[in-house]
Design a protein around this ligand. Structure first.
Ligand SMILES: [Zn+2]
Length: 257
């Protein structure tokens, strides 16, 4: 990949990241994604277009609002940076195919779901439900190719993902008497199955469980987090799915050897 092309992918990614920030802020608050234009959450001043340039604006404003001087959360430039890297990585790893483009969109949706679940403990239906439908529709289209699922794997993936996690949650509740997972997690898992196929589900769930335990225990030990607080599972499901996508074959091969 030429550096011009890599730069272009990165820049496009950061621009999309800027829109993802809008989704992350507004979706859990049930606000429109289009109107009004971006405002400072503290002083409500509309953000000028030249203060809205991904990554750069945050740097030249030194992380503060132009009007009220209140700090702008570093999460904003972080999401823009991650989105740029995501676009770059998918382009580099999967090349210029329609499926790679869809994969990048899936990655952007994952990023939004991850952050919203982390802060608000919800996985909005407006992303997961169309996510399931689009995953199956894409698998049915003639442009679909690996690493995305075939139509059969996609349909089985959506059904067994949603149903499987429902069963898992039911079992967990029976054994421990606690509610471990929400409906949102089940819809997200169905969405993962719809895009990556049923083959992705066991390893995704396993990786999510390992990641969730490691991070959860670390969090309780290091920051003294109250262990009775719920730990959102969405970020780990999404991370597990992404790890499967990038290293699934290697992990399976390593495991079988
Ligand atoms: Zn302000």
């Amino acid at each position: 990949m030429s550096w011009e092309y890599a730069t272009l992918l990165f820049v496009y990614g950061t621009v999309i990241g800027s829109f993802l920030n809008v989704c992350i802020y507004r979706l859990p608050r049930e606000m429109s994604l289009i109107r009004p234009r971006s405002r400072c959450p503290q002083c409500q001043q509309a953000v000028l277009w030249y203060d809205n340039v991904p990554l750069l604006s945050w740097l030249w404003l030194r992380g503060r609002c132009r009007y009220c001087q209140q700090p702008i959360a570093p999460l904003y430039p972080l999401i823009e940076l991650l989105s740029g890297l995501l676009a770059l990585h998918v382009g580099w790893r999967f090349g210029m195919t329609w499926s790679a483009l869809m994969l990048a969109l899936l990655g952007f949706a994952f990023l939004v779901l991850m952050v919203i679940d982390f802060y608000h403990y919800i996985l909005p239906d407006v992303i997961t439900l169309p996510g399931i439908v689009c995953g199956i529709a894409w698998a049915a289209s003639p442009w679909s190719s690996a690493p995305l699922a075939t139509l059969e794997a996609s349909v089985i993936g959506a059904i067994s993902g949603g149903g499987g996690l429902w069963f898992f949650a039911w079992l967990f509740e029976k054994i421990t008497g606690k509610v471990g997972m929400g409906m949102g997690d089940m819809k997200l898992f169905a969405m993962i199955g719809a895009w990556l196929g049923w083959q992705s589900l066991p390893l995704t769930l396993f990786l999510a469980g390992v990641l969730g335990s490691v991070v959860g225990i670390g969090w309780i030990l290091l920051s003294g987090r109250d262990r009775s607080l719920p730990i959102p599972f969405g970020p780990y499901l999404v991370s597990g799915a992404w790890l499967y996508l990038l290293y699934g074959t290697e992990i399976y091969r390593w495991y079988l050897s």
